[in-house]
Design a protein around this ligand. Structure first.
Ligand code: ADP
Ligand code: ZN
Ligand code: ZN
Length: 739
């Protein structure tokens, strides 16, 4: 009979999670101990019994077995939020490939060592009447300091201790004596207090029939199958109100809710909506917070003052003891995928946390990810829809401008005639416009300006990327070919990359419309802290006529006076060199177009492209997700891309190109060897779309298989192979599923 061993960490709030200790699992506990269990262990020289958490199990001892001590027992009532988060970490380790320590560091709230600035607040704790009496008495007895303080506190029930010692000149002894009498209370709190005082909560607005139907449908789903729900609602249809209604139900059951929002959409506008509805029950997290501010928010969670957390990806791991609901808003967003290790996806991980803790999960989007919609088709998720915008707002009129026609007509400007005319009209009417350059994922594809032809990989159906070496390369399979100076389809010499940036667009607008007021939002103008909010605010206040920007401008904000959205070059994301390019393009276009006409004025959008016939653009034109999805899933099935099939990316990075190439070749050979008898396809190695970052060369090999489990097994085998093979000492290998 094999002995079983457990790795136990003693203090999970400590940064040194990697200090785990191995213990033997006695036979009688074997069935009961699992990853996440809270156990009693003898510790230190005195064999004092302390509590620990099991973070790993195994059948081989790491030390001499005779020296290993036994786990003494399970902690009574041992299921804590940490237990559940450790189980989640184990799932992440398995699913995304990382060490257990890395996964634990991602999910567990590690204590901040940073000293937090605190403030001391003085407040009345006696009844008003009693305080008034005390005030009278101090007047009579000429206790001037006491009198000043009580007077002040009867005006404002809480003041800063700095005000007491400064302006009011209250001696410490007076404070002490008032405390002792039970008249005042002095509390030390982290600086930067909870909900801003100026925010008043408001009663919920009544839902429309359509919104109510979605709420009832989701509640029915919760009562019956309790699958994750996908709420597919067009922009401005009131998804947020549906979430709020369901959050309300969750709080009424004494449970807590997490609302994930993409970082870029986490603006003051969004946060304020939650404050208004739920007041002080809301805690907010975002990446611009200082560690002390984060700590303060998490303290409010721990002390159960807050039961709703609104935040980006990492807020998913908020340690709520009775988590009832996880909302993933804008679930299609790229920022839900972590670039660190483990490379987890917040949507998938939310579904798993929901499953582990019996919490409901809602995913929402106006442009659902193909992955989520596919899961609805297979019955894994339940689908709910909101088809119309709220109120009088209607979806904008959208048209395309065919840039091939513009060239033919002799217009070489970056603006089509249609867009120029529309801009002129809007500016004359005193309305606002947004110009959007979707540079995300843009990687230097080559296109013909006469016929629109894009040079693609004959094997992978993705665009080839121009490299400084003068060759065009496929980032999936490594196929490469000579760059061309004439279009292979029509012979035109107007073939090349698209280079215009936001700055150039701004200059052109100013030249075309003298006197126009513009604002630009891109990586340059938002670098300073609050830069992003400042620009949005200025635009909202009407301090500019035209806002020009990258994908940053399409998220989160309502601009009631924007009636025109121009997409300068839709092809930029359409021909990015990866298989998700058409999906991302559909999403960006619909979200961008959805910025127009959100107020009372009707909106209009112009999409400039060389490919008006492409299904992503056609579907965006009609805002028809179904149409897009049908085409897209057909393409994925044919090419074996996720979610129709599973894809494992094996990334390699190394400072020596030669060593990297050799290592990747070893991996390829090894994969060919273990492929025998398995249904899988190998692609690459190929240089990554950014082939060198900070002096590290990067390559990737893809493995496709209809079976995800098969890819897990392959990853495990490969991990072992890499670990024992000295050729990989200098090469950093990472695994990624369905990226
Ligand atoms: P989405 O999240 O789907 O884009 P929002 O929740 O932001 O939509 O709603 C769009 C706008 O319509 C918001 O300004 C919101 O206040 C308003 N709205 C939506 N539903 C209602 C309702 N039932 N009553 C009042 N206002 C509503
Ligand atoms: Zn051509
Ligand atoms: Zn290829």
């Amino acid at each position: 009979m094999n002995e079983r061993y457990a790795d136990v960490v003693v203090d999970i709030s400590h940064e040194k999670l990697d200090r785990s200790f191995q213990y033997r699992i006695p036979l009688e506990l074997e069935e009961k101990v699992c990853v996440g269990s809270r156990v009693w262990i003898p510790f230190g020289n005195g064999n004092r019994l302390i509590e620990g958490y099991v973070i790993g199990l195994g059948s081989s001892p790491k030390y001499e077995p005779a020296k290993l001590k036994n786990i003494q027992g399970l902690v009574e009532g041992g299921i804590t939020v940490e237990t559940k988060l450790i189980a989640l970490a184990a799932w992440m380790r398995e699913t995304y490939g990382s060490t257990m320590i890395q996964a634990l560091k991602t999910v567990l709230p590690v204590k901040e060592k940073k000293r937090i600035k605190t403030v001391r607040r003085i407040s009345l704790c006696a009844e008003r009447g009693q305080a008034e009496e005390a005030l009278e008495e101090s007047r009579r007895r000429h206790f001037a300091a006491k009198e000043r303080l009580l007077e002040r506190l009867l005006e404002t029930p809480e003041i800063d201790s700095r005000e007491a010692s400064g302006e009011l000149k209250i001696p410490a002894a007076t404070l002490k004596s008032l405390c002792r009498q039970g008249l005042i209370r002095i509390e030390e709190r982290p600086e930067e207090m909870e909900v801003p005082a100026e925010i008043q909560t408001e009663p919920p607005v009544p839902l429309t029939e359509m919104q109510q139907a979605a709420v009832s449908g989701i509640l029915r789903e919760w009562a019956e199958a309790d699958r994750p729900s996908l709420l597919y609602g067009v922009t401005g249809s009131g998804k947020t109100l549906v979430y709020m209604e369901l959050i309300q139900k969750t709080l009424e059951e004494g449970r807590q809710a997490i609302v994930l929002i993409p970082e870029i959409a986490l603006t003051w506008q969004t946060v304020r909506r939650f404050y208004r509805r739920f007041g002080k029950r809301v805690a907010v997290l975002h990446s611009r917070m200082t560690p002390a501010q984060r700590y303060e928010q998490l303290e409010r969670v721990r002390s159960q003052k807050a039961d709703i957390v609104v935040g980006p990806r990492s807020a998913l791991f908020t340690p709520f003891p009775r988590l009832g609901l996880i909302v993933v808003d804008e679930e299609h967003e790229n920022s839900y995928k972590s670039e660190g290790t483990p490379r987890y996806h917040a949507r998938e991980t939310a579904v798993e946390r929901g499953r582990l803790e019996g919490a409901h999960v809602i995913l929402g989007s106006a442009t659902p990810s193909v992955d989520a919609y596919y899961a609805c088709e297979t019955g894994e998720y339940a689908l709910f829809t909101l088809k119309q915008r709220y109120g009088e707002a209607v979806l904008p009129r959208v048209c395309t401008a065919d840039m091939r026609e513009e060239l033919k007509a002799g217009n070489r400007s970056i603006f089509s005639r249609k867009l120029q005319e529309a801009l002129e009209e809007r500016l004359r009417a005193g309305e606002q416009a947004m110009l959007f350059l979707n540079r995300r994922g843009f990687a230097g594809f080559i296109t013909c300006r006469s016929c629109g032809h894009v040079i693609q990989c004959p094997h992978c159906d993705v665009s080839l990327t121009y490299h400084s070496s003068g060759r065009l390369i496929c980032h999936y399979c490594g196929y490469s070919t000579e760059a061309v100076s004439r279009c292979p389809a029509c012979g035109s010499p107007y073939i090349g990359g698209f280079r215009a940036g936001t700055q150039q667009i701004e200059q052109t607008v100013r030249r075309l419309f003298p006197g126009v007021r513009t604002l630009r939002m891109d990586a340059d103008t938002t670098r300073e802290k609050e830069g992003y909010e400042k620009i949005l605010k200025a635009f909202l206040e009407g301090k500019a006529d035209v806002l020009i920007g990258t994908q940053m401008i399409v998220k989160g904000h309502d601009f009631p006076r924007v009636t025109l959205v121009g997409v300068v070059m839709a092809d930029l994301s359409l021909f990015a060199s990866d298989y998700r390019a058409p999906e991302r393009t559909y999403q960006l276009l619909v979200q961008a177009v959805g910025r127009a006409g959100r107020g009372k004025l009707p909106g209009e959008a112009v999409i400039q492209t060389y490919h008006p016939e492409h299904y992503s653009i056609r579907a965006a034109l009609n805002q028809n997700y179904e149409e897009f999805y049908r085409e897209e899933i057909g393409f994925r099935r044919m090419m074996g891309y996720p979610p129709a099939s599973s894809l494992l990316a094996v990334h390699g990075a190394c400072d020596s190109e030669e060593q990297l190439e050799r290592a990747m070749e070893y991996i390829r050979k090894y994969l060919i060897r273990i492929r025998r008898g398995r249904q899988m396809q190998l692609i690459g190695p190929a240089p990554e779309s950014i082939s060198r970052i900070q002096d590290l060369y990067r390559q990737v090999i893809y493995v496709k298989s209809p079976e995800k489990q098969e890819l897990f097994r392959i990853r495990d085998q490969l991990e072992q192979y890499v670990e024992i093979n000295s050729g990989f000492k200098t090469v950093y290998i990472q695994y990624d599923f369905n990226a």
